[in-house]
Design a protein around this ligand. Structure first.
Ligand SMILES: C[S@@+](CC[C@H](N)C(=O)[O-])C[C@H]1O[C@@H](n2cnc3c(N)ncnc32)[C@H](O)[C@@H]1O
Length: 273
């Protein structure tokens, strides 16, 4: 049987907790206005599917001031952290152990279903998207951040060409784990196949001009700490080589005058009424 969570170890690692905090600080300021166009207000029901430590679950409750927001995940330690860190938002915000492959939820439950930074890490993303559509109300919205590791750019020159790393590592890692680490560019097509309407793809740009260098670098440092070992396992790069590439990217981000960017696809669509 396919491993439905091949990145379980990396997702549960302490480095991921750091990463989710930094990613939220880097991405949410540009992502928050995207929710305006859905025209949603009032006592909504919102699902944060694969909520991790709940960094966005509480931000959704802040954005939608009358909404009830449920965050679901399969890592109990993340759920415990989320409950402890965001207790001030109870009872509008709650967290439950549920798998997004098979939600224990009737059809058409949520006005807004959000799934961020999850589907690049799991196989059968199409099944998950279909399940998220199923639990969303007719007329409700699906909002997905799907990472695409072909959309990171760093300065050229020097001994290491970072393009080699991003060209090869996601392809090999994905092949070894049954996942698509370039799924950001495929999700618009997948939700179109599901019959969603009003599909849009926007980019949040995490770069050294829009985001604090320290916040951006913290994301790469967390990736280094959590992913060097599996990269060495799944690709031709050794742990030392993978570390050297990450160090090069982190140095670029941290050095004033050097420009680096990560374009993060945000895909949305409306479930037809
Ligand atoms: C990179 S984290 C993103 C967390 C959160 N969405 C955010 O944006 O901060 C991915 C999360 O998806 C969760 N996940 C993976 N497979 C899942 C599944 N089948 N059901 C629920 N959550 C899942 C992982 O446990 C992890 O916490």
């Amino acid at each position: 049987m396919t491993d439905l969570n091949p990145q379980l170890q990396q997702m549960a690692d302490e480095s991921m907790v750091r990463n989710l905090d930094a990613q939220a600080r880097a991405i949410w300021p540009q992502e928050r206005p995207l929710f305006d166009r859905y025209g949603l207000s009032g006592p909504l029901r919102v699902l944060d599917a694969g909520c991790g430590t709940g960094e966005i679950t509480w931000r959704l409750a802040e954005r939608f001031s009358e909404a009830t927001v449920l965050g679901v995940d399969i890592i109990d330690h993340h759920l415990e952290l989320a409950r402890a860190r965001h207790a001030a938002w109870t009872p509008r915000v709650s967290f439950e152990h549920q798998s997004i492959f098979e939600l224990p939820t009737p059809d058409g439950t949520y006005d807004l279903t959000v799934c961020r930074h999850v589907i690049q890490s799991i196989p059968h993303a199409d099944r998950v998207l279909a399940e998220l559509k199923r639990v969303t109300k007719p007329g409700g919205w699906l909002h997905v951040i799907a990472e695409d590791y072909g959309q990171l750019h760093f300065p050229l020159g020097g001994e290491l060409d970072v393009r080699d790393f991003w060209h090869e590592v996601p392809a090999r890692f994905g092949a070894a784990t049954g996942t698509d680490l370039f799924i950001g560019r495929h999700v618009a097509g997948l939700v179109e196949q599901l019959g969603l309407a009003d599909i849009r793809l926007d980019y949040v740009v995490v770069d050294t001009l829009r985001v604090e260098r320290d916040t951006f670098a913290t994301i790469l440092e967390a990736w280094r700490d959590g992913y060097v070992a599996p990269i060495a396992e799944h690709t031709r790069f050794t742990a030392e080589q993978a570390t050297a590439y990450f160090e090069r990217m982190i140095a670029d981000i941290r050095t004033p005058g050097r420009y680096a960017s990560w374009q993060v696809p945000v895909i949305s669509g409306r479930v037809s009424a």
